[in-house]
Design a protein around this ligand. Structure first.
Ligand SMILES: [Zn+2]
Length: 150
């Protein structure tokens, strides 16, 4: 829930930035034509208006893309940036199952992110492996898998 809330917050900020950009640009744009061209669509016929719309769209897509890329490398539990990348595998052993990959971990122990370096149809996709809490892991190690005795 916190993970998706953080993404929603970033997208809301990106929308606010684009809206602010459009507000400033609309102050700087010349007024819409009047007279015979009063109802004529400005997009495509007014160069400065068309550029302003294009830059607004590019800015919106750029900010959305940055928010999405940043979100991939965040912990699914605490939303902190994943740290300590560990690379393993070898490019010369791709067909033998040793495809190179990088793992990022949450420094608070919530899980790790597996990121393959080579994208093949047979390779694993990027995936998140969450860890249980410390007490759950200790109880499971002490009592073995299955329900804990009361
Ligand atoms: Zn975490």
């Amino acid at each position: 829930m916190k993970y998706w809330g953080w993404l929603l917050l970033k997208l809301t900020l990106a929308t606010a930035v684009v809206a602010g950009f459009w507000t400033v640009v609309s102050w700087l744009l010349p007024p819409a034509p009047s007279g015979l061209l009063a109802n004529w669509p400005r997009f495509g016929s007014d160069l400065s208006y068309t550029f302003a719309v294009a830059f607004s769209a590019i800015l919106g897509f750029l900010l959305g893309w940055l928010a999405a890329v940043d979100q991939v490398y965040r912990c699914r539990t605490c939303v902190r940036r994943l740290r300590m990348p560990r690379t393993a595998g070898n490019y010369s052993r791709i067909m033998l199952g040793g495809a190179p990959y990088t793992e990022y971990i949450c420094t608070y122990g919530h899980g790790k992110l597996y990121v393959p370096e080579v994208h093949l149809s047979s390779s694993r996709a990027r995936s998140w492996v969450g860890y249980g809490s410390l007490w759950e892991n200790l109880m499971q190690a002490e009592h073995g898998p299955g329900p804990a005795p009361d």
